[in-house]
Write a new protein. Sequence first.
Length: 767
Amino acid sequence: MKHILIFSLLLSTVLGFSQTVQTADAIGFGGSMSPLVKVKKDRKEYFYHLDGNHFIDDVEEHDADLFVVVKKGHYGVLNDKGNMVVPIDYDEIELATEYEGQWYAGIPYDYKYIILKKDGKTGVADDKGNIIIPLEFQNTTVINKNSIGIAKNNLWGWASASDGKLVHEPEYEYITKFFSDEYVEVRTADKSGLAKASGQVIIPVEYDDYLRYIVGGQQTYIEGTKNKQLYLMDTTGTILLSGNTDYKAIKGSKLLIFKQKDLFGVIDPTTQKVIVSPAFESLDPFIRNLGIAKKSGKYGVVDMQGKTLLDFQFEEIRFLAANGHHKYDTGSDALTEKMLARKPPEDVRLKLIYEQQINQAPYFIEVTKAGKKGLYSWNGKTIIPCGKYKNIQFHYYRGKSFFLVDSELKSGIVDETGTEILPVQYTFNDSYQYSKEAVQNEFDLANRFIVFSEGKEEGSIALKIGLFDLDQNEIIFAAHEQYITLLNHRFFLLRKLIADYNYEFLLYDIKQRKLRKLGADITDVHVVNDSFLQIETKEGVYQLTTFDGTKIYANPSWKVEGNYHLIRFPNYNKHTLSGFYFGLKKIYAGEGNLFIDTLGQEKRFTGIDQVDCFYDGYAVAAKKIENKEASSGFKYLKGMIDLEGKTVVPFEYNEVYAAGADAEMLVFARKDSQMLVRRDGTVILGAEYHDIETSSAYPNFTFAKGSKYGLADWAGNILVAPLYDDIRRNYEGDQKTWPLLVKEGDWYYFVGKDGQKYSIKAKECSY
């Protein structure tokens, strides 16, 4: 038996305090202000920090790990550790923070500053309370991580955020952040310029309105308007271009799309060389060296050198990814990489990788002419001429795109060469008669096959469906009134109507491309452990076979998959009833203690009446004993056994129920005690405990020993020994738990992570 009951933080019943215990009228959790708690003392309510022993009248602002706190009308800053980083001595305080993606663990704040105001003067401190900018200024503002704005006589300059040294004397009416932490935009009432964080002005304050930066290519550019003329500058402030009216970035390139008068072209700002003369009424951002352009009211496609790929004859053009999604830019790969770096759940990870694969596959060009659509390859080769089909729907499979096309209410499949690989004489739909649920996360396999239909026979309720294999470029199942199920990576199951609601079952081997009939007396088939077929016959009896038809096990009493005349043991959310677990499969054949191994040999466990599946190598079980008080004359006592039948949990418990997020824990209960046991046989709490509360919303659970309550984690470590008459966890606190609110006798206390009581108590509480 596994047993890891670890008393890691067992408390002494004698509690020593580092300071005198304070008595309050009432105590309670602080909600969203945690780790602050609420204390009512002398009929007044306070926020209180347990570690810092600070009574606070109110909290003005809470950002990052800082609290702007108020006491007797004055302001200070408290951090979440309980340290008063700024004393309560100021007239006003504001927090200035910036972060990106802070909701992901481990990503630090870009900066955290504290703006201080007192006696009409303003200064700035860092998040430790160190004064960076002394309180000597009319006003201050945080521009970015490197620069802090300071104001005198209604004019602004800035200082270094690292040491507070003056970088630029106040002489501007307004300053603000620009592009990155290396720059500061400086302004008069109606003019703007740009300086470096070091203080050097690189663009004089002579441009109208605000500056604009262009980013997205290999180089960043800056736009400014002066005397109604647009100027383009680099990040040193050097003027590169003027006289044009607009610029747009081209991803992955130092080139820009530019507008001259009312026409667009492409230019290299660093050399002033026009790459593509401004001849287009519009020019969309380039994707993979191609852009959609407009000339004389019609659209075409050009490359970044101005060469025409598709002539200007279309009413609309769209760039499409391999799955048919509209492509506006090429930025999705970087986003996918960021999401993968955060280690998402496995199903999400697989989907992201598949989407990344799609995005890296060839793109296509969809055109519309005279209201009719056509399709071209990325090199301009015609795949589907305009008007040949009414609709075109994309289907992606293993690096290639296929097109489900329709015309005159009939549909077919076209490949990337424009060849009809399935004639346009069928229909497509998401028929319930076809299922691929078993392989839903195996995208290549799931997308390999396309179901098609020939409609319904008169009086029929089901469609005539068939299946096309994109790997073999052929129909593998002709259209028929049938149900098709993709069982796994190797086999299909077909339930095919033969006459008068009678069906025959067939198994198709994808690898060998062979179809085999399963027999005339079958009514249903299920896959077991991806290796066996569980077959139900017309007589309602189950049998187990291999995929090649070899019979493994049959039993005329095996008539149900889960017999509710037997004991209903707790479900395990991760597993089904039908499988082999650790080499054994439970057989429901009118008895609750029958298993078979993978060779079909029966196994029973001596002296035990009913046994559940061995999901993680251990099984809940029950013994039938005499009980004269029951109307049946007997009752069952529950326990747990291993694969050899050895008792892990004694057969002394009246009830057993599941707990935990996936029901991976079991609570065995009798009149005065409970045990908490993991499905793998690990005893988390032994038989001397009771009142186990196992909400999956928490990373821990409460329990009782005798009349006292404690707290443990799911590994069985005792976090707080059972010393208290009541325990309440702080859902808004650290780990949704700390500090705890406990009751001992008539008094309520808070308890910290170290298991120690804090030095404040009350006879009333609120949770």
